[in-house]
Design a protein around this ligand. Structure first.
Ligand SMILES: NC(=O)c1ccc[n+]([C@@H]2O[C@H](COP(=O)([O-])OP(=O)(O)OC[C@H]3O[C@@H](n4cnc5c(N)ncnc54)[C@H](OP(=O)(O)O)[C@@H]3O)[C@@H](O)[C@H]2O)c1
Length: 306
């Protein structure tokens, strides 16, 4: 990607999209094309078609999606499958139609089977049953990968797909209604600290193992792959290490400075027992993360405090 190429970052106000914009601006890309969902609803096929015809981007990064935690996925499964299917279909099809040189599609680690061997290799895709709590979302993401691969095969496009692990960082959603586990913990520990609550109630048993990647590292990996990777092989993006949710709670509590107790509400769903990506493909290409978890949580808490 040259410095003056037209690069469309779809979803530029989100956690990932805003990090992509920061990373691209940092390396001197000045011709970024950005639209909010109010300016361009990517579910609208006619509007998306008109946008691509008039702007004709050369590169496209898809960070626009309907995203949420276990609770939101459980309550709004129709929205999660419909919005994600239609957003990615509209963007990928229009990108092919106007001759986009390269496109990056963001999948998610939830595309892999619930009981996939850990750490999860890219080859585990479609080898078993998905986690039921976010199956509609995962099916939409798998369709996005297959769209990219099918356009590559039939039309010779260069649409790449990446599978990030759980992300967190500046720009995260701290709203308890639909946030992911790490920002939800920051919010809960912070609120408990300021209200001097004797304990914090967290969901599940604390035993599942999860991997977390700081979002600026994720954006760096995406830009790296836009220059170093071509074609249909999907690529995992993560740190290659995981911790239990209980250990995560200890780390967040330490960073926030909360000294009360943690109570686990085991009536709430745990989700997959472990989710750790095998990142040997990415490491083999020469990319590694640079922000360690506690440091990343400090940065995220600082951003939360504003
Ligand atoms: N967060 C994670 O832990 C994580 C992990 C793995 C993969 N991912 C993937 O990364 C991508 C981005 O996730 P995120 O966490 O950055 O999500 P996010 O913070 O919720 O941001 C999503 C963005 O999508 C845009 N959007 C949603 N519906 C739209 C529509 N109908 N038309 C146009 N734009 C629309 C929103 O734009 P407006 O702000 O303008 O409304 C928003 O900025 C997703 O594909 C997700 O699967 C995320």
């Amino acid at each position: 990607m040259d410095k003056d190429d037209r690069i469309y970052v779809a979803g530029h106000r989100g956690l990932v999209g805003s990090a992509l914009v920061r990373r691209l601006e940092q390396s001197g890309h000045k011709n970024l094309i950005l639209r909010t969902s109010a300016e361009l609803d990517l579910r609208d096929q006619v509007a998306t078609c008109a946008f691509f015809e008039s702007i004709r981007p050369e590169y496209v990064l898809i960070a626009a999606a309907k995203v949420g935690g276990i609770q939101a996925n459980n309550i709004y499964p129709a929205d999660f499958i419909y919005d994600n299917l239609i957003i990615e279909t509209n963007i990928i099809h229009e990108s092919w139609r106007v001759g986009v040189k390269k496109l990056l599609f963001l999948g998610s680690s939830c595309i892999y089977p619930r009981l996939a061997a850990q750490p999860i290799r890219e080859s585990a895709l479609l080898t078993g049953e998905l986690e039921p709590t976010n199956e509609p979302y995962a099916i939409a993401k798998i369709a996005g990968i297959k769209l990219c691969q099918s356009y590559n095969r039939q039309y010779g496009t260069n649409f790449i797909s990446v599978m990030p692990t759980n992300l967190y960082g500046r720009g995260d959603n701290f709203d308890l209604e639909n946030s992911h586990v790490l920002p939800a913990m920051i919010r809960k520990f912070h609120d408990a600290k300021t209200s001097r609550a004797p304990f914090v109630m967290l969901w599940g048993t604390g035993s599942p193992r999860r991997e977390f990647l700081y979002v600026d590292d994720m954006a760096d990996a995406c830009v790296f792959l836009m220059t170093r990777h071509d074609g249909s092989q999907i690529v995992n993006i993560g740190t290659g290490t995981d911790i239990t949710i209980r250990e995560l709670a200890e780390t967040v509590g330490r960073v926030v400075g909360y000294e009360g107790d943690v109570v686990w509400d085991s009536s709430k769903l745990d989700g997959m027992p472990q989710k750790l990506l095998d990142v040997s493909l990415l490491h083999g290409m020469g990319w590694r993360h640079s922000v360690e978890l506690e440091d990343g949580i400090r940065k995220t808490y600082a951003a939360f405090l504003g």
